[in-house]
Design a protein around this ligand. Structure first.
Ligand SMILES: NC(=O)c1ccc[n+]([C@@H]2O[C@H](COP(=O)([O-])OP(=O)(O)OC[C@H]3O[C@@H](n4cnc5c(N)ncnc54)[C@H](OP(=O)(O)O)[C@@H]3O)[C@@H](O)[C@H]2O)c1
Length: 298
């Protein structure tokens, strides 16, 4: 069974692995097939699901909601995360992609997410990307409104720098529950730029997106040396695959990230969660870091 983890002081309890629904429209599942997939990952203990208003050209939430209408009892078994704050040209009214964090937009986006997802509450709402025009007081006003109306239980951010995180936190009477950021051997900046240090300091768990580089880790020639090192460590740890080693590498970080799984194949979800029992040594961790970066750390 997947471990449970408290996301932050006074934060919600999530499954250590989260099911990501960004690619849902690529999976070509009927609503019935999606119900089966959801049931399968819930049975494995992956109870937290990650969405965003814009996923699939604004279609993923509603597709998930169609499945939830067929099986509404599943809502009690899951925690729903979604995001707002990006506008894309998938909507005709947007002449270009841009960020949008004014109070009115945050409230209306969250309310639309509730309708799309066929639920009366969101467990966690994130601001998707830092917005150069973000007025932290306005975001706080929207968060308080959504909290007081019972529509959203917890709030967080995604892809924020420590300074942006601190700014928004300074305006809120409650603790931000996470910063959802990219963490992978092929994308390591957040590990040393202060992002994960801030979260560790505050005992807030990051959520980690694209741990497998969106699949590029398996395909791109440039990552061959990394794949070779991951395979070597997999043998040493008796792991079934290099993906399991990648997840163990991400979870070895002391800020305790929650990996978000991006695959629509249940056998890959099952395999991913087995990595929680792998214990990676410090030297194995640094060998993988070195193989990915292509140079030794000083
Ligand atoms: N906050 C943000 O800004 C942000 C940004 C991006 C993503 N996210 C969240 O993070 C989640 C995960 O991101 P992600 O989808 O990029 O995760 P990922 O796990 O890095 O990539 C998933 C992709 O890798 C493929 N894959 C998995 N195992 C493979 C293997 N052994 N060989 C070849 N391909 C393999 C999957 O294909 P199959 O489906 O065929 O297995 C899928 O296309 C998203 O769903 C979303 O919820 C958040």
């Amino acid at each position: 069974m997947v471990q449970r983890i408290t996301l932050a002081p006074q934060g919600p309890e999530f499954s250590r692995f989260v099911m990501g629904y960004w690619r849902l429209m690529d999976w070509n599942m009927s609503a019935r097939q999606l119900v089966s997939f959801i049931e399968e990952h819930l049975d494995l203990g992956v109870t937290t699901v990650d969405h965003a208003d814009i996923y699939g050209g604004y279609q993923c939430e509603a597709a998930f909601g169609e499945a939830m209408k067929l099986a509404p009892h599943l809502r009690e078994r899951m925690e729903i995360v979604t995001k707002c704050g990006i506008a894309t040209t998938a909507k005709a009214e947007n002449v270009l992609g841009h960020y949008i964090t004014d109070s009115k937009h945050i409230i209306s986006s969250a309310e639309q997410s509730l309708i799309n997802l066929a639920t009366d509450r969101l467990d966690l709402l994130l601001i998707h990307r830092p917005d150069p025009l973000m007025d932290a007081d306005e975001v706080a006003e929207a968060f308080l409104n959504l909290h007081q109306s019972g529509k959203v239980r917890h709030f967080g951010v995604s892809n924020f720098t420590p300074a942006q995180f601190a700014l928004l936190q300074s305006r809120l009477p409650f603790t931000l529950a996470t910063n959802q950021v990219e963490i992978s051997p092929i994308h390591q900046p957040t590990i040393l730029d202060g992002t994960l240090d801030q979260l560790q300091q505050l005992r807030i768990r990051p959520m980690a997106w694209s741990c497998l580089g969106g699949g590029r880790l398996f395909n791109d020639d440039e990552f061959q040396p990394l794949r070779a090192e991951l395979a070597q460590v997999a043998t040493e740890l008796n792991a079934a695959s290099i993906e399991q080693v990648v997840y163990a590498w991400v979870m070895r970080l002391p800020s305790k990230p929650l990996p978000i799984i991006g695959s629509g194949k249940i056998e890959r979800v099952r395999s991913a969660i087995e990595s929680q029992s792998l214990e990676m040594t410090r030297q194995q961790w640094f060998r993988i870091r070195k193989a990915a970066l292509g140079f030794d750390v000083p």
